[in-house]
Design a protein around this ligand. Structure first.
Ligand code: FES
Length: 162
């Protein structure tokens, strides 16, 4: 299957497979992630093993293999938050929405991420939704906050970083 963008990217780097990382960055810039069929095409066109491309894609945190959700839900999994129940909150969210940590809901509503200490341990456990901090969350309050996302798109203020 021909893919004009991949052809163009390969031309941009003179077909040099040593430029795989910038090629993959350019490819990701198109949709915000690396669709599997495009990685297959890239591997074929460059005559490099698909496993090598996946190795690069999974080694660097900046590459994404799945589309992001409309909202970002981040749970702090630092020691204090964890001791105060962040693990259980994560489990509750994953169970409710049928996702894995790091995953995106099927309807692309949100992507659940985990981070280490965000420096607000006194407020643990901490959840951050589209840049807004929620402190002292419980499984119940976290699910309630997330359920409120279904109808509201991120505000211009949240998109601009608050
Ligand atoms: S461990 Fe979560 S804010 Fe420090």
């Amino acid at each position: 299957m021909s893919d004009k963008l991949i052809e163009e990217i390969i031309r941009r780097y003179d077909g040099d497979s040593g430029m795989l990382i910038p090629m993959m960055q350019d490819l990701q810039a198109d949709k915000g992630y690396l669709p599997p069929e495009r990685l297959r095409t890239l591997a074929k066109e460059l005559c490099v093993p698909l496993a090598r491309i996946y190795h690069v894609a999974t080694f660097y945190a900046s590459f994404r293999l799945a589309p992001r959700g409309q909202h970002d839900v981040t749970l702090c999994m630092g020691t204090v938050c964890y001791l105060k129940g962040a693990g259980k909150i994560s489990e509750a969210i994953c169970e409710e929405y049928g996702i894995e940590p790091g995953g995106t809901t099927a309807d692309r509503l949100f992507t659940l991420q985990a981070v280490n200490c965000v420096g607000a341990c006194a407020l643990a456990p901490v959840m951050i939704v589209d840049g807004k901090y929620y402190d002292g969350v419980t499984s119940e309050s976290a699910l309630k906050i997330i359920s409120g996302l279904s109808t509201e798109a991120p505000t211009a203020e949240a998109e601009a970083g608050g």
